[in-house]
Design a protein around this ligand. Structure first.
Ligand SMILES: [Zn+2]
Length: 56
């Protein structure tokens, strides 16, 4: 699925950035979460904005 619309692409990117990934179980948590919703770990990291391969 290619996102041809640059506006949509931006939104998708921002949403990806706003997520927190649990270092313990890898679950995606909502922005602002203090604990993992799956394993309750506080070991969360922000999802990185790395664009592998594709460049806007
Ligand atoms: Zn977790």
């Amino acid at each position: 699925m290619a996102l041809s619309d640059p506006v949509k692409q931006k939104i998708v990117l921002q949403r990806a950035l706003n997520k927190l990934v649990c270092r313990k179980c890898g679950a995606i948590n909502p922005p602002g979460a203090e604990k993992c919703r799956r394993c309750k770990s506080r070991n969360l990291r922000p999802k990185k904005a790395e664009l592998k391969g594709k460049r806007a």
